[in-house]
Design a protein around this ligand. Structure first.
Ligand code: FAD
Length: 327
């Protein structure tokens, strides 16, 4: 079978793009390397409890995304989590300023956004299909997966993080690969730690510290789901993540727990358990200007989409997918 459109990646941008194309009457197939949906909007089931170890919350600044978020709030996909976060700077912890800017979270975890997008549009997704080779000939793209399966399409839409996309396109579309190579993206070591229930007086702490950039009170997003547990999620700063990326879990975990205790002024030194997620590609440094998705003619059409083209974050990912309507 030859598909009209194949989207590589079932993150927020890929599924937003799939919805955009489906609403316009196009046939679409999404290929996703993981078992779950959402990409960096990631939720892990930890002893049956959802924990966000990628994106922590999201904001909505554009009218279009605000309308989408209002629909998600109405249908119970997400809720307003807080307005304002604590801030740690130069050795001091500051209470949130009332910026009246809602931060949203999902009771079932951030991957619920991806499930909601996929379900709303009835998108067909081939999971556990990691594309390892991309070839373009006779106005057709052929995508070969790790397990040897091949898919053919008239148009390819690529939404993987820029370095992964650049590697795939190096031979078939060198100009597109160069564009992706020009976007820098930071790594992030994320550690979740679980404690018996305890009081935590903040939703999250944003920090410009050398070790930690974020401490989130994950339990506060869904207090009814784990009444006797407290889970915090810590994100190492880009510099710390780069330097310590390959070190063992217990060493990274200890370093973050020590620093989180100092920043928050609370003892997080003895969790019952922890897990570490290494994000090699976490947050892009989006170019300040440019189209939210890039279109190439080549021998067959190629579109590059993803958060990095539309301001970053969850909102940028969603907006980039919506931009396909104009291409
Ligand atoms: C630790 C962390 C914290 C963050 N915190 C926040 C936050 O608080 N708020 C916020 O708004 N944003 C946050 N972000 C950023 C946000 O998660 C991303 O901007 C957004 O989810 C990116 O969506 P995307 O669809 O563009 O890319 P992705 O989510 O990366 O989706 C790409 C998809 O492509 C798949 N893929 C890649 N290669 C292949 C292949 N070869 N074959 C098949 N599939 C492939 C991947 O598995 C993935 O599912 C955070 C990100 C991280 C990692």
């Amino acid at each position: 079978m030859i598909h009209d459109n194949i989207i590589l990646g079932a993150g927020v941008s890929g599924l937003s793009a799939a919805g955009t194309l489906r609403r316009e009457g196009h046939q679409v197939l999404v290929l996703e390397k993981s078992r779950g949906l959402g990409g960096r909007a990631a939720t892990r089931r930890w002893e049956s409890l959802p924990v966000d170890h990628g994106a922590q919350f999201f904001t909505a600044r554009s009218d279009a995304f605000r309308a989408q978020v209002a629909a998600w709030v109405k249908s119970g996909v997400c809720h307003e989590w807080c307005r304002g976060l604590h801030r740690y700077s130069e050795g001091a912890l500051f209470a949130p300023e009332a910026d009246h800017h809602p931060r949203y979270a999902c009771r079932a975890g951030m991957s619920a956004l991806a499930s909601a997008l996929a379900e709303a549009d009835g998108t067909t997704i081939e999971r556990q299909s990691k594309v390892t080779k991309v070839h373009c000939q006779n106005r057709l793209w052929t995508l070969t997966c790790e397990d040897g399966k091949a898919f053919r399409t008239r148009r390819l839409i690529l939404t993987s993080p820029p370095p992964q996309g650049a590697n795939l396109l190096a031979e078939a579309a060198p100009a597109a690969a160069d564009l992706l190579r020009g976007i820098s993206i930071d790594p992030c070591l994320a550690v979740a730690a679980q404690f018996p229930r305890r009081a935590i007086p903040w939703h999250g702490i944003q920090s410009n510290d050398a070790t930690i950039s974020w401490i989130g009170h994950d339990t506060a997003k869904r207090p009814d789901l784990h009444p006797d547990r407290t889970i915090i999620v810590m994100h190492a700063s880009p510099g710390f993540s780069r330097t310590h990326y390959d070190e063992p879990e217990d060493k990274i975990g200890k370093a973050l727990l020590v620093r989180a205790s100092e920043i928050a002024g609370q003892d997080f030194l003895h969790p019952e358990s922890i897990f570490l997620q290494r994000w090699r590609y976490a947050m892009s440094n989006p170019p300040p200007k440019g189209p939210p998705a890039h279109s190439f003619d080549l021998p067959a059409p190629l579109i590059l989409a993803g958060e990095c083209f539309a301001g970053g974050k969850i909102e940028g990912a969603w907006l980039s997918g919506q931009a396909l309507a104009a291409l």
